[in-house]
Design a protein around this ligand. Sequence first.
Ligand code: PMP
Length: 399
Amino acid sequence: RYFWSGVEMGPPDNIFGLVEAFKNSTHPNKVNLAMGAYRDEYGNPYVLNCIKKAEKIILDRNLDKEYAGMSGFADFCADAAKLTFGEDSPGLSDGRIATVQSISGTGSLYLASTFFAKFYPHKVVYHSNQTWGNHAQVFKSAGLEANTYTYYDKSTCGLNADGMLKDLRELPSGSIILLHASAHNPTGVDPTQQQWRDIGKVLKEKGHLPFIDMAYQGFATGDLDRDAFAVRLLEREGLQPVVTQSCAKNLGLYGERTGALHVVTASKEEKDRVMSQIKILIRPTYSNPPIHGARLAVEVWRNKDLYKEWLAELKIMSGRISDMRKALQLGLETNTNRKWPHITRQIGMFCYSGLETDQVTLLREEHAIFMTKDGRISMVSLSNNNIEYVVNCISKLLI
Ligand code: PMP
């Protein structure tokens, strides 16, 4: 009866707390711009057609529900690594990339962090200022510290490339540098390919460890190869990135918790050692990963027709986001007499609108438009049904 009397109420999670508040709102026009889960043009959750078909095929196979191994399904790991690093990856052809199936992107980030905490001499992860709200929490809960490097330039709503390179140069050699592969969350600001080359050069010079979070491959540009440019560039430059891969967005497998962790090592023998230690971290935490999402992913990746349909659906999803960006920019420019070029210059799931915290609060309290306090708008939640309402409410605040 008295065991937990000293437990204090914890603060709600930034994003899931808003989702809860959204659910409780009775406003007839309420809009949830906080959560990053794709919606179709009517605002409904979207299960990809290729996944629906894969699900039927798998059901008909009458498979058992036995455990996967600690590192997950071998076919899933092999395909996930190919998708990440490309068919002609030097690390893959040498057999020196350790890959395990993970509990989606978050689980992969956590697993990598516990691996660093146990085996890497540096215990600080440097991440862009800003970054996804959960990053620092994951690193800290795995026993690491979190610190920042310069990234976002508020004056241009773009990248402060010089500031970023300068910071990377000044950090202690061998630092862990968290990078977003594409569709940077929350800012929507990605380095250009030339800027990635510059970043790669500094990482190499300083012997930093690139820790790349790839949650949006194919979801940013609709092109799997283009969105993996940074990962593949750094790997081919001889760096040894650690990559966390999520299938939540690009396969729409959010709740199936499907993803992978890849550690590029120096040799096959080193890979085997790394792999053995990652399994030792997995065993007492979740023992082995969930099987359903991995089966679906493999079915889509190995079935020619489903793969083709997936590529088309990636284009549909990224195309709809891009259409919504254009509509939001046009609507705001028409109604506010201001320029909003960053909306279409940014890419991916989120738009870093530039709205201030007090404006975000007003939008929530007066118009039931929910977004995180940094003014981040989930573009996938905008649809033809609600964009006019959102544009009108934001415009009213600004004129
Ligand atoms: N990294 C980034 C940058 C993200 O935006 C997300 C999802 N919002 C994730 C990782 C992890 O997502 P999940 O655990 O659902 O794969």
